[in-house]
Ligand binder design. Structure first.
Ligand SMILES: [Zn+2]
Length: 204
């Protein structure tokens, strides 16, 4: 199956699953006991996804994927730390995924907190501060480029995060260059269930 090894095909495969999800025609692949049995000896997911922990963004569901298909990392706001980069590097170098998707979403509370903090010029002193600090570069970039709408800031956060991963994880950069890996920044809309591409890093 070419989508397992060809980055652009992997992305198309995910978009096809999202099309089914958005139109209430999900087929729930790889969800039964036989698949579970098949996976007892190991996993070979074809894509890794970094998404927000928001309960409205269940990654396997919105791509109509099943057991063993996706290596998913979720943090509030899709924020990146050493554990996140380590997890994604593991997905690339050990599991051999052909695609990393960085997925932001409509009405992201963590991004909203970062925007408020920026606009009010005030850093929260509670636990949300860590997310505000991580998301601040995306907000600054959006404002610099004249974007005020939340949707645009959410898209820029996905793009900024994807670029961060490409530049900071050497095996990711190397595999994009040799064509064995793609990195896509995308945004999920609660409104209609659609995932749309924001920025794509593919060889050539
Ligand atoms: Zn969120």
């Amino acid at each position: 199956m070419p989508f397992r090894t060809i980055p652009r095909d992997a992305w198309d495969h995910l978009l096809e699953g999202n099309q089914r999800f958005a139109t209430d025609t999900s087929v729930h692949p790889h969800s039964g006991s036989s698949r579970r049995e098949e996976l007892r000896t190991g996993q070979a997911p074809f894509a890794a996804v970094l998404a927000c922990s928001d309960s409205r963004v269940p990654v396997e569901m919105l791509f109509d994927a099943g057991l063993g298909d996706l290596f998913v990392v979720r943090t509030a706001g899709g924020c990146v730390d050493a554990a996140v980069t380590g997890s994604l590097e593991f997905a690339v170098t050990t599991l051999g995924v052909s695609l990393i998707v960085v997925l932001s979403h409509e009405e992201c509370g963590a991004i909203g907190a970062a925007v408020s903090s920026f606009e009010e010029g005030d850093l929260p002193s509670d636990l949300t501060r860590v997310f505000v600090e991580k998301i601040a570069p995306s907000v600054i970039r959006a404002k610099r480029d004249g974007h005020e709408e939340r949707s645009a800031i959410e898209e820029i956060h996905a793009a900024e995060t994807a670029e961060h991963l490409v530049h900071r994880i050497p095996p990711v950069q190397a595999r994009i260059a040799d064509g064995s890996l793609g990195v896509v920044a995308a945004r999920y809309r609660l409104e209609d269930g659609r995932v749309t591409s924001v920025e794509e890093h593919f060889a050539g």
